[in-house]
Design a protein around this ligand. Structure first.
Ligand code: G6P
Length: 608
């Protein structure tokens, strides 16, 4: 999704800023641009193409600057086009880059038009540029503060003013922004990852903050107009994440990193205890008080929550609801004040999940809130009392893979902790669970070894336009995730279904042209699933079955089989998803899609 970077300091900052922008490319974008201070005026360069194109154009034009802002845009208001790409200017005086959505932009646009402002783009951002221009009386910081007071919605902005050559002003509300502190330079970004080649010292702006950034100083003014001090964080870079190694794409690399990601996520654990979820807070007291769990997330993180519901109810004996964050935040719900609210998000910046968490807090629902997240410094991690940091490492592929499996591990640890607190597990049983979890990385390696067989399946799928994924019980969410992965990276229309629902509608779609992927472990629902598969077979559907090594299947009758190791038990969803990730990846490669950056999608969805 949209990315912001900015820099102010001696020397030409353009090459560093372009590099910073390229570090945000993995998040997905459709256009990009830069605005720079150049001897008393602002120059702006925008392109509908990649950051490398922007770089070439800057080199050709020979543009240099000490103070600049740049942006990758993921279109919300207005089609992807050069005219809608940021920076957006107000005349020659003000340049703005913006992440987020201004909800009252129509009203503001009418008001500004009546005051003589002309709009050139279809963006909501243009109202911000003109609003700042209209409020400007010689001090950019003051003008931005006045302007943002009139905005409704979510935003992170960076602003340049032609009259103030070394000054960069930033503001945020609902979208992340971080200031990077250098030796002689200061920087700005929507994600500290963008700046890791420049600094490891960061200040996170709070909602309502407006900041002035010059080479010498950072001045932050909070929502109430007071000077604010925000803590300085040191955040180490993990630059190995940007090397593909022997892999062709980040998605493949990240699928194969799952044994390590799970091992790292479990690394510091020698026992199951509430303290896993919070050091400085009384996690035991908070978790002992809950009798219900509400899991909130979007996309793949939502499916992690759906899987955890099965674990929480059967292992911990605690009721659990899973809500799509964008739905929950606007729904009237019945409040249970003994609810643990768990926000699941790999990025920790998803606007809907943050909104849902805020909504739960406003309802007075939770005695405890918990983040399950892959970014230690993210907004969601800072907004909850309890947290579990998954250690998947940065995930560059837009389609989540290793972040998902580590979320599942974290949710299983939460389940075991609640089960222990509720007297559902003895110390010995807890120890057995830990042993099984520690074997998980090796079991994942066995699942990854199925890649060649999956590639055989992928050839069959490459020319198709539809697919069904079936699962039952805790594998139903894995069927949903398998279908989501396939549609995200191959653009094949895929649907996940609870296998028992087949006869209630989707069976109408089944013909010789419909592949049906079935997750069929040899568990208590196996015979039921066999009946569901027979329904597909009888209608000429093409079955692709993920089953166990010992289950009784007739390949001639039952379609193509891939057998996985027996005995995964409750850990099975974590293993079964891996062949489905590989299937999506290889089908995407065969179809020639951009598997790491699927069209229209973004990694970190910071708008509603
Ligand atoms: C986007 C990504 C998905 C991700 C979802 C939720 O849609 O493309 O991969 O599952 O956002 O993101 P989160 O960071 O909250 O897990």
């Amino acid at each position: 999704m949209c990315g912001i970077v900015g820099a102010s300091g001696p020397g030409n900052q353009v090459p560093q800023l372009v590099k910073a922008l390229s570090r945000l490319e993995y998040r997905g974008y459709d256009s990009c641009g830069i605005a720079l201070q150049a001897t008393g005026r602002i120059r702006s360069v925008r392109t509908l193409r990649r950051v490398t194109d922007l770089e070439q154009r800057l080199t050709t034009l020979g543009l240099e600057s000490t103070t600049c802002i740049a942006h990758t845009r993921w279109a919300t208001h207005g089609a992807p086009s050069e005219i809608n790409a940021h920076p957006i200017m107000s005349g020659d005086a003000i340049a703005v880059v913006h992440n987020g959505i201004i909800e009252n932009y129509q009203t503001l646009r009418i008001a500004l038009s009546s005051r003589g402002y002309t709009f050139h783009s279809e963006t909501d951002t243009e109202v911000i540029a003109h609003l700042i221009h209209s409020e400007y009386t010689g001090d950019l910081l003051v003008a931005v503060r006045r302007a943002v007071k009139q905005l409704h919605g979510a935003y992170a902005i960076a602003v340049l003013c032609a009259n103030e050559p070394e000054r960069l002003v930033a503001a945020r509300s609902g979208s992340p922004l971080v200031v990077g502190i250098g030796a002689e330079h200061n920087y700005l970004a929507s994600d500290c990852w963008a700046l890791h080649h420049l600094t490891d010292r960061f200040i996170y702006l709070d909602d309502g903050d407006v900041a002035l950034i010059t080479p010498e100083r950072i001045q932050i003014i909070d929502a109430d107009g007071r000077d604010a001090q925000r803590p300085l964080f040191r955040v180490k870079a993990h630059d190995s994440a940007v090397d593909l190694g022997p892999h062709q794409h980040f998605m493949q690399k990240e699928i194969f990193e799952q044994p390590k990601a799970v091992r790292d996520t479990l690394a510091a654990i020698d026992t199951i205890s509430p303290s896993l979820f919070g050091a400085g807070v009384d996690a035991r007291k908070l978790l002992s008080e809950v009798d219900n769990v509400l899991l909130l997330g979007c996309g793949t993180s939502y499916y992690a929550g759906l899987t955890a519901k099965y674990w929480l109810e059967s292992i911990a004996g605690i009721s659990a609801q899973v809500e799509i964050a964008s739905e929950y935040r606007y729904r009237e719900t019945v409040t249970n004040r003994r609810t643990l609210v768990v926000a699941i998000s790999q990025s920790g910046e998803t606007a809907d999940t943050i909104g849902a968490l805020d909504h739960a807090k406003e309802l007075g629902e939770p005695p405890a809130t918990m983040a399950i997240c892959n970014v230690a410094t993210s907004s969601i991690m800072r907004a909850t009392t309890l947290a579990y940091l998954t250690r998947a490492g940065i995930e560059m592929g837009v389609a989540s893979t290793k972040a998902f499996t580590t979320q599942l591990v974290a949710l299983l640890l939460l389940t075991l902790t609640l089960a222990r607190l509720r007297g559902r597990l003895t110390a010995a049983q807890t120890g057995e669970w830990l042993d099984r979890l520690r074997r998980l990385p090796t079991d994942i390696e066995s699942a990854l070894a199925l890649e060649t067989q999956i590639m055989g399946w992928a050839v069959d799928f490459a020319d198709l336009e539809h697919a069904l994924f079936l699962g039952r019980g805790m594998h139903f969410p894995i069927a949903l995730e398998g279908a989501l992965k396939l549609k995200e990276v191959t653009y094949i229309h895929a649907e996940g279904y609870a296998a028992g629902e087949l006869k209630h509608g989707p069976l109408a779609l089944v013909s010789g042209a419909m592949p049906v992927v079935t997750i069929a472990p040899d568990d208590q629902l196996f015979q039921k699933l066999v009946s569901n598969m027979a329904e597909v077979h009888a209608r000429g559907g093409r079955l692709y079955v993920l089953t166990d090594s010992s289950s009784a299947f007739d390949t001639a009758k039952d379609g193509r089989l891939i057998r996985m190791r027996d005995g995964a038990g409750m850990l099975s969803p974590i293993l079964r998803v891996i062949p489905l990730q590989l299937l999506a990846y290889h089908v995407g490669c065969l179809r020639g899609t951009d598997v790491d950056k699927p069209r229209n999608l973004a990694k970190s969805v910071t708008v509603e």
